[in-house]
Design a protein around this ligand. Structure first.
Ligand code: SF4
Length: 285
């Protein structure tokens, strides 16, 4: 196991004290260390939001994308060099609201990307507005009388859209979350890890105390993650009990493996010395 300090930049996170992002940061470093990943072989893409500041806290190749655009950047990186471990990370607003179209198509495309969603059910960076996963009745600056829409269910949506690895973690259970990250990164295909991440400043409902009484592990509870129907039923369990762990997992060919141009050799290793770039560019004038 590597020393997880090699994944740190020396910049201590600026998140609010107690923010669930700390648990995710630590769990992900632990997962990288356990998998003995070389920082030079990791490419992380961050969205806009409090979680996006992680771009400054992880020592690896990284990019801070536009709002909702983590997955297009991750897709481009993976297509250009599928020898890299590509990890995309963003918030619930970034991924399930602004970027939800990319989320759906990434699931059905099945590129080998790990997507971590810091799901705190609120827009934190912009000081507390309703997000796509906010529960009905949740009061924020943008919904002072309470949310009247149904929240997005990312687990059920991911199952519907053909996801091949669908999991939920809890940032208050750092060892358990690290274990899920390890499995997600090892999965050959698109892996979603939706992480319940308390925002201690703007979400006074879904707190550590609220989760403590509700969160339980699917592992050891008789759940069969190869059974799609069972996974779908578990996806809708939310309230008194909230399951965490791997909901559904299946092996399927990745997009990279089915694209003949790059199936054998990553795009960046193609020999283009005989290609006349000027001639190609001229076609566009
Ligand atoms: Fe974390 Fe919320 Fe503070 Fe953002 S506003 S750093 S999500 S606690």
């Amino acid at each position: 196991m590597m020393d997880k300090k090699i994944y740190e930049t020396g910049v201590f996170p600026t998140w609010c004290p107690g923010c669930g992002n700390f648990g995710i940061w630590n769990a992900l470093k632990r997962a990288y260390a356990e998998l003995e990943l070389n920082p030079k072989n990791i490419f992380m893409v961050f969205g806009i939001g409090c979680s996006g500041n992680g771009v400054n806290f992880f020592n690896c190749y990284s990019f801070h994308a536009l709002h909702g655009r983590t997955l297009p950047v991750a897709t481009g990186a993976r297509l250009a060099n599928h020898e890299l471990n590509v990890i995309a990370a963003g918030g619930d607003g970034d991924g399930y609201g602004i970027g939800v179209g990319h989320f759906i198509h990434s699931l059905r495309r099945n590129l080998n990307i790990t997507y971590i969603v810091h799901n705190n059910q609120v827009y934190g960076l912009t000081t507390g507005q309703t997000s796509p996963t906010s529960s009905r009745g949740f009061k924020t600056k943008s919904t002072p009388t309470g949310v009247i829409e149904q929240p997005v269910n990312p687990i059920a949506l991911a199952i519907d859209c053909g996801g091949t690895f669908i999991a939920r973690g809890y940032s208050g259970d750092m060892p358990g979350l690290a274990k899920i990250f390890v499995e997600a990164i090892k999965h050959v295909g698109f892996s979603l890890v939706d992480v319940l991440q308390p925002c201690v400043t703007w979400n006074k409902v879904n707190t550590y105390a609220w989760y403590k009484d509700r969160v339980y592990k699917l592992e050891g509870a008789g759940h069969d993650f190869t059974n799609k129907d069972e996974a779908y039923k578990k996806a809708w369990e939310w309230g008194e009990k909230i399951p965490t762990g791997i909901f559904y997992k299946v092996e399927q060919p990745t997009y990279e493996s089915e694209l003949p141009q790059i199936a054998k050799t990553p795009l960046f290793k193609h020999d283009i010395s005989s290609v006349n770039i000027a001639e190609i560019l001229n076609e566009f004038y």
